[in-house]
Design a protein around this ligand. Structure first.
Ligand SMILES: [Zn+2]
Ligand SMILES: [Zn+2]
Length: 116
C-alpha cells in the first residue's frame, strides 16, 4: 500500500467562474475567467479593480489581521481611511455596528448620491 498521494494543484481543482464584465469606469467589456469567490478583477481598459458587475472596488489590507479585503463600491479617496479593518466576523476588528449588511437591513445606511 502506498502512502503517497497524487498532489493536485489547488488552483487547478478550484472551481472557476466566467463572466462578461462591462467596466462602469471606462466602458471596456471583456470575458473574465476567475476562481469562484474572487472579489476584484483588473479591468484591462483602465486597470482599476472592479467586481464582476463592473463596479469599482477598493482593495485594502486589514490593519488588525493583515488579510486583504475589498470595499465595494470603492469609497472616494478622502473616505478610504474609514476602511482600515476588514470587519470580517473572523477578525478582531469585527464590529457589529459597522456590519454593512446589517446596517442596510436596518435602513441605517443610505446611498450618498443625493448631490448634496
Ligand atoms: Zn475599466
Ligand atoms: Zn481583519
Amino acid at each position: 500500500m502506498s502512502i503517497f498521494h497524487t498532489v493536485t494543484s489547488i488552483d487547478a481543482a478550484r472551481p472557476h467562474d466566467k463572466s462578461l464584465i462591462a467596466c462602469k469606469g471606462c466602458g471596456h467589456k471583456w470575458v473574465a475567467v476567475y476562481p469562484t469567490g474572487t472579489k476584484a478583477l483588473e479591468c484591462p481598459g483602465c486597470h482599476n479593480a472592479v467586481n464582476k458587475y463592473g463596479t469599482r472596488v477598493a482593495i485594502r489590507r486589514c490593519k488588525t489581521c493583515g488579510a486583504e479585503f475589498t470595499v465595494c463600491p470603492a469609497p472616494p479617496p478622502e473616505k478610504l481611511d474609514q476602511w482600515q479593518h476588514c470587519l470580517s466576523e473572523a477578525c478582531d476588528s469585527y464590529d457589529d455596528s459597522r456590519d454593512a449588511d446589517k446596517l442596510f437591513d436596518a435602513g441605517l445606511v443610505e446611498r450618498d448620491d443625493d448631490g448634496s
